[in-house]
Design a protein around this ligand. Structure first.
Ligand SMILES: Cc1ncc(COP(=O)(O)O)c(CN[C@@H](CCCC(=O)O)C(=O)O)c1O
Length: 399
């Protein structure tokens, strides 16, 4: 008997898949004494545990067995209605997905043919790269500066490179924490509209602003530009993971009808529907708990960001650049040129502090001297101790 050569039997699509650096590091950071600035994990001590318990009972009381039955692929109607009303669009243009990660995977599946040019920020969210990769995109990196995407560079790219899709995180970008200005957003929507490029706006953090002024979403600007919800070239993704809880895996996509109907077919083949009870639990939390929870989280993350920035200024040696986020969960460190943050992680772990090295956030490689820090899931004491340990590690690497 000869065991099958499983690797040889993998599909060409499977061969393009790779592991998520975040998920891999999360395994290491499970050890209790490690201070983790790695995963973008919401603060569990802030989860509305009691409210979720009550919402679960309320959903079971209200729907009985139907709460545990198969449900429609489109999603729980009251949840779609609520999201549609808030966005000023019909519920028919709202699709519930099992985490916005599934939204990214299904959008990749229905939009990316092998070899299609996909424009991504440099650096960008590595989970999007992981979702898109198996569909064989040809990535083009959009240069970024401290204000996010460089629109002059984007215009120059579009003049010479026909692109299918542009993926962006305009609010409190993962991994840099940067936010795109209203002026750059307007130009991005116009440019992509003119050149016929679809835009995926990934916005799980938009509600978590703790300073500065909010700018309109690319989706809202796309709606103005097109004048019709079914002609909007911007596809909007958001999630309840960072405003409520990530474990219920509830998120949504807002898009023109042809995209929504194809997304439904893709989702039928993926998981039939997002868990019925989870959608009903989230729906029970929308009116009272959600706004309160957003305030709570926004305040806590603002405090933790300010703390982390304060300790970075004290503990990090000169020559280390860092971003100052206006919201969200991340900030981005650029080390002096010759330091490799992947190698340095081994040293940081000996001092019980973890982060995500920057290289995996670059679709075409690079960024060896960068790293992402998340402040959302660390107490004030851990932030102080962890940043101190990281400062020592960087100093050691400089010698
Ligand atoms: C820009 C962006 N888009 C989608 C997601 C996925 O969020 P969902 O929970 O799937 O709605 C995320 C969540 N990323 C976090 C969480 C990843 C959690 C994990 O891999 O354990 C991170 O970057 O650490 C995101 O930042």
């Amino acid at each position: 008997f000869k065991a099958p050569d499983f690797t040889a039997l993998l599909s060409d699509r499977a061969r393009r898949m790779n592991a998520s650096a975040i998920r891999e590091i999360l395994k290491i950071t499970q050890q209790p004494d490690i201070i983790s600035f790695a995963g973008g994990l919401p603060a569990p001590e802030l989860f509305p545990l009691e409210e979720v318990r009550q919402a679960t009972n309320a959903a079971l009381d209200r729907y009985g067995p139907a709460a545990l039955q198969y449900s429609t692929t489109e999603g729980h109607p009251p949840l779609r209605e609520w999201i549609g009303n808030r966005a000023g669009i019909p519920a028919a243009n709202v699709q519930i997905v099992t985490g916005s990660q599934q939204g990214l995977d299904l959008l990749g599946k229905i939009l990316i043919s092998e070899g299609d040019t996909v424009l991504v920020e440099a650096p960008t969210y590595l989970g999007a790269l992981q979702s898109f990769q198996p569909y064989g995109p040809s990535y083009v990196q959009m240069p970024t500066d401290d204000g996010g995407i460089d629109l002059d560079a984007l215009e120059a790219i579009l003049r010479t490179t026909p692109a299918k899709l542009l993926y962006a995180v305009p609010n409190f970008q993962n991994p840099t924490g940067r936010t795109l200005s209203a002026e750059r957003r307007r130009r991005l929507v116009e440019l992509t509209g003119q050149y016929g490029v679809l835009v995926i706006e990934d916005d799980p953090y938009g509600q978590l602003r703790f300073t500065g002024e909010a700018a309109p979403s690319l989706y809202e600007l796309g709606l103005e530009y097109a004048g019709d919800v079914n002609a909007n070239h911007v596809i909007y993704c958001s999630s309840f993971s960072k405003t409520l809880v990530p474990g219920l895996r509830d998120a949504w996509v807002q898009a023109a009808a042809p995209i929504i109907s194809k997304l439904i077919q893709a989702k039928q083949g993926a998981d039939l529907h997002t868990p019925t009870l989870n959608q009903m639990i989230v729906t029970e939390l929308l009116d009272e708990v959600l706004p309160r929870q957003i305030e709570r989280v926004r305040k806590a993350y603002g405090e933790r960001a300010a703390l982390m920035l304060g300790h970075i200024e004290e503990e990090f040696p000169g020559g280390v650049d860092f971003t100052r986020p206006e919201g969200g969960m991340f900030l981005w460190i650029t080390l002096p040129g010759q330091i490799d943050s992947t190698k340095m992680l081994v040293r940081a772990l000996t001092r019980n502090v973890a982060y995500v090295p920057g290289n995996p956030f670059f679709a075409l490689g690079g960024g060896e001297n960068t790293l992402r820090l998340s402040y959302s899931n660390a107490t004030p004491e851990q932030i102080e101790r962890g940043i101190k340990a990281l400062g020592e590690t960087i100093r050691e690497a400089l010698d």
